[in-house]
Design a protein around this ligand. Structure first.
Ligand code: UDP
Ligand code: MG
Length: 311
C-alpha cells in the first residue's frame, strides 16, 4: 500500500492500525508505505511509533513538500508488493472498498480504480461546470480514456507499477498517467468518508494548477484552439473590412468609429495575450522537462519489512 501523507499525524494514528487489522489476512505480506510529503506536524513521529508497535508500516520521508503527485510517484518507486494500493491517508477512502478491489485483482484485472459517487451533489454548480469542461478538453485528444470522478484510490498490479516507473516525465499528473498506461481495468464505486482531522489541501487554485498541468501534459487541444481562434478572428476582420468599404462606396456612410477602433484593439490585445499565455504554459512544461530535476528527494526510507536484522 502507498499512502501519501501531508500533515496527517492525527489521521494516521487511527487509520494505519485499522488498515493493518483489516488487511492483515488478505495478503501474504503486507506493507503499508507512508510517504511523508514534508509534513510540518508529527507525521513521521507517529509513523515511527507505529513501527515500534510492530505494525507492518514503512516510512518514506521526502526532504520537503513536493505535492501529492510527486509523493505518489515516490511511493510507487519504493513499493515492493506484487500488488500496490494507493490510498489517501486521511481516512477518506473506505477500507471496505479497498477490500473489494482485491478480488477483482485475483480475477485478473491489472488496475482497479475507485470512482467517487455522491460527490456531485456536494459541489457548487460552477465547480461542476469547470470539471466538466476540463474532462471535455482532456478527452478531445486522447486515444486513452480518462475516466471522470476517478481519483488516486487505486489498485495496481506490479506490471502497472513498473510501467509507471518507466515514464520519464516530470509533469506527474497521476490520474492521466494511470489512464495512459492502460491495462485491463475495472471501476468500483465508492462514497468518500468525511475527513476525520485537518482539512483538505486542495483548494480551488491548487486544483486549477493541477488541471493546467494535466492539460498541458496530455492534450494539444488548447494549442489547436489558439490556431483556430486566430483563423476565426482573421476571417471576421476581413469581412469587417469589406463591410466598411461597402458602407462607404454603396451608402456613402463616412468611415466612422474611434470607438470601434479602440474596442477592437483592446479586444485583439486581450486575445493575443490569452493565446500567448496558453503557449507559455506549454513552454513552461518543456522548461520543466528539460531541466531533468528529480521529482522528489528522499530524506529517510525505513528498510524493507522482511530485511534481516543487522547485527
Ligand atoms: N497530500 C500530500 N501532499 C500534499 C497534499 C496532500 O501527500 O502536498 C496527501 C494528503 O495527506 C492526503 C491526500 O494527499 O492523504 C489527499 O489530500 P486531501 O485530503 O488534502 O485532498 P482531497 O481529499 O480533498 O482530495
Ligand atoms: Mg482527503
Amino acid at each position: 500500500m502507498v499512502l501519501p501523507a501531508f500533515n496527517e499525524a492525527k489521521n494516521l494514528a487511527w487509520f494505519l492500525p485499522e488498515l493493518a487489522a483489516k488487511l492483515q489476512g488478505q495478503a501474504r505480506r503486507l506493507e503499508l508505505l507512508v510517504v511523508d510529503d514534508g509534513s510540518k506536524d508529527e507525521t513521521a513521529l507517529v509513523v515511527h511509533g507505529l513501527i515500534q508497535q510492530g505494525l507492518p508500516v514503512r516510512l518514506l520521508r521526502l526532504s520537503r513538500n513536493f505535492g501529492k503527485e510527486a509523493a505518489l510517484s515516490a511511493g510507487l518507486d519504493a513499493a515492493e508488493g506484487d500488488v500496490v494500493l494507493t490510498m489517501d491517508s486521511d481516512g477518506q477512502h473506505p477500507i471496505a472498498t479497498a477490500l473489494e478491489m482485491l478480488p477483482a485483482w485475483r480475477e485478473g484485472f491489472d488496475v482497479v480504480y475507485g470512482v467517487q459517487t455522491g460527490r456531485r451533489a456536494s459541489q457548487s454548480a460552477s465547480r461542476r461546470g469547470y470539471t466538466k469542461f476540463f474532462y471535455w478538453l482532456m478527452q478531445r485528444d486522447s486515444r486513452f480514456e480518462l475516466p471522470s470522478d476517478a481519483g488516486d484510490f487505486r489498485l495496481l498490479d506490479r506490471r502497472v507499477v513498473l510501467a509507471l516507473r518507466s515514464l520519464p516525465e516530470r509533469a506527474r499528473y497521476m490520474k492521466g498517467l494511470f489512464a495512459w498506461v492502460g491495462f485491463k481495468s475495472r471501476a468500483i464505486d465508492f462514497v468518500p468518508d468525511a475527513r476525520a482531522h485537518g482539512e483538505t489541501s486542495f483548494n480551488f487554485m491548487r486544483l486549477l494548477s493541477l488541471a493546467v498541468v494535466g492539460l498541458t501534459a496530455f492534450s494539444k487541444v488548447p494549442l489547436r484552439m489558439v490556431s483556430l481562434l486566430g483563423f476565426v478572428v482573421s476571417a471576421v476582420s476581413v469581412f469587417f473590412g469589406f463591410w466598411i468599404i461597402l458602407e462607404k462606396t454603396l451608402f456613402g456612410n463616412p468611415v466612422s468609429g474611434f470607438a470601434t477602433l479602440a474596442a477592437s484593439i483592446t479586444f485583439l490585445a486581450g486575445v493575443q495575450l490569452l493565446c500567448l499565455g496558453i503557449i507559455a504554459e506549454y513552454l513552461g512544461r518543456v522548461f520543466d522537462e528539460v531541466k531533468q530535476r528529480p521529482l522528489y528527494l528522499v530524506q529517510e526510507l525505513t528498510p524493507p519489512l522482511d530485511a534481516p536484522e543487522e547485527l
